[in-house]
Design a protein around this ligand. Structure first.
Ligand SMILES: [Zn+2]
Length: 416
């Protein structure tokens, strides 16, 4: 219809018996999921997406289920429209900001945790959320390229950015930050981070929130809260060490009991599975050798082989890598004298040492995970990672609940 309002087509138009509907200037219609007006494509509005995300994130679902719903249902439902409608990058960025804000509130992620944590793939230790401002233009470009190729046979010379490259880029961004450095090896054992995708809905909410805080290194320790500023950074329980997350969770004597509990929880997973399978299980058997006393966590006998399983939840710093703990365990329990004692004890001809080594942020050592997967299914390893991060979160809560640890002027960070 022209601007002066004159009709250029007859009032009632009919072609071969089919009525052709007329459109007024303000009418809109949906075609293949995209809105059109008589003047062309209707430029999009982002209100609907933000509303859906907020509705989900402020609902009463468990935190991890919210995340799964956002990643797998809410955001994919808008991708088609976002790619085909004319959304400006500025608009997409505003949606990203709203989504990030909703996630941070729902999962209690500290404001100084890098955005890269939200966008890194789950296998690389992130939350796997899509960043619209970068993903939508890339998807749009790929679609136009395919359409051009199909319609006109035009082959684009520039290489296409693949999905794998895109996710690698997002992972690199997260691993390049101080908080994300620890997760560099996460992809080697995908069981380490699979718990983010699976939630049985039975774990208390505060434990999940503490687990997420542990995974993203967001525990508000004194060292973290005074980053780049002057202030007291020593342990609030009187140790001379700096109060870092590593100190609270792995070293501080105040949290020793909670640490033992976390260790036992992981051991129980393996022994529980073995018992259900009807294998012989010996827990904490004391082995006396000349001048030394050893106590491996578990001895499991399966198909004529005795396995010694010893769990260690450790850090993975450059100065103290996980591999060193693995080697120490191998040296300690893999010695011929120890094996001979266990052969005698179990009556088996073969004894194998399987150290179960993972970090306090739930990452498995690749060697250790490979050995364990020959013995137990991979879901046990996933559960062990979940219990470890859960346990680390619990240790932090225990540290903060300690009478001496909470100064009058400091907020109760342990009470989530
Ligand atoms: Zn301390």
């Amino acid at each position: 219809m022209p601007k002066d309002g004159r009709l250029v087509i007859p009032r009632d138009m009919c072609i071969e018996g089919t009525d052709i509907p007329r459109a007024s200037p303000d009418s809109t219609w949906k075609y293949l999921g995209v809105l059109f007006t008589p003047y062309g494509l209707l430029s999009g509005s982002v209100g609907g997406i933000i509303q859906s995300v907020n509705k989900l994130m402020y609902s009463r679902m468990t935190p991890l289920r919210k995340l799964v719903s956002l990643r797998s249902y809410v955001m994919p439902s808008y991708i088609h429209r976002l790619v085909l409608t004319d959304f400006k990058t500025k608009m997409l960025r505003s949606v990203d900001v709203a989504i990030r804000r909703a996630i941070r509130v729902a999962l209690r992620i500290p404001h100084d945790t890098p955005n890269a944590y939200l966008y890194a793939p789950i296998a690389d230790g992130g939350l796997g959320v899509m960043e619209l401002a970068t993903a939508i233009p890339e998807l749009r470009e790929a679609r136009v390229r395919r359409a051009r190729c199909a319609l006109f046979g035009v082959q684009d010379e520039t290489p296409e950015v693949t999905r794998v490259e895109r996710s690698r880029k997002r992972a690199e961004k997260w691993h390049g930050t101080a908080d994300g450095r620890h997760m560099r090896t996460a992809r080697k054992v995908t069981e380490s981070t699979a718990w983010v995708k699976a939630d049985d809905g039975k774990v208390p909410r505060w434990r999940t929130l503490a687990a997420i805080k542990t995974q993203c290194n967001g525990i508000p320790t004194r060292a973290r809260m005074t980053r780049g500023r002057n202030g007291v950074t020593s342990c609030r329980n009187g140790c001379s060490a700096r109060e870092t997350a590593n100190h609270i969770i792995q070293m501080c004597p105040v949290t020793r009991r909670a640490r033992c509990r976390r260790h036992n929880c992981v051991c129980t997973l393996f022994s529980g599975y073995a018992q259900r399978k009807g294998w012989t299980v010996m827990a904490e058997t004391i082995i006396n050798l000349d001048g030394s006393r050893l106590k491996p966590d578990l001895i499991i006998v399966r198909n004529d082989v005795a396995y010694i399983i010893d769990v260690a939840i450790t850090c993975n710093e450059d100065t103290y890598p996980m591999g060193r703990v693995f080697n120490n365990k191998m040296d300690k329990y893999g010695a011929t004298t120890v094996k001979e004692v266990i052969m005698e004890l179990t009556g088996m001809q073969r004894v194998e040492m399987v150290p179960a080594i993972l970090t306090w942020r739930g990452l498995w050592l690749e060697k250790s995970a490979k050995m364990l997967k020959r013995l137990v299914p991979s879901f046990i390893l996933e559960w062990a990672s979940r219990r470890t991060v859960d346990g680390s979160g619990y240790i932090w809560a225990a540290y903060m609940r300690n009478e001496r640890s909470r100064a009058r002027t400091e907020p109760s960070q342990g009470q989530l």
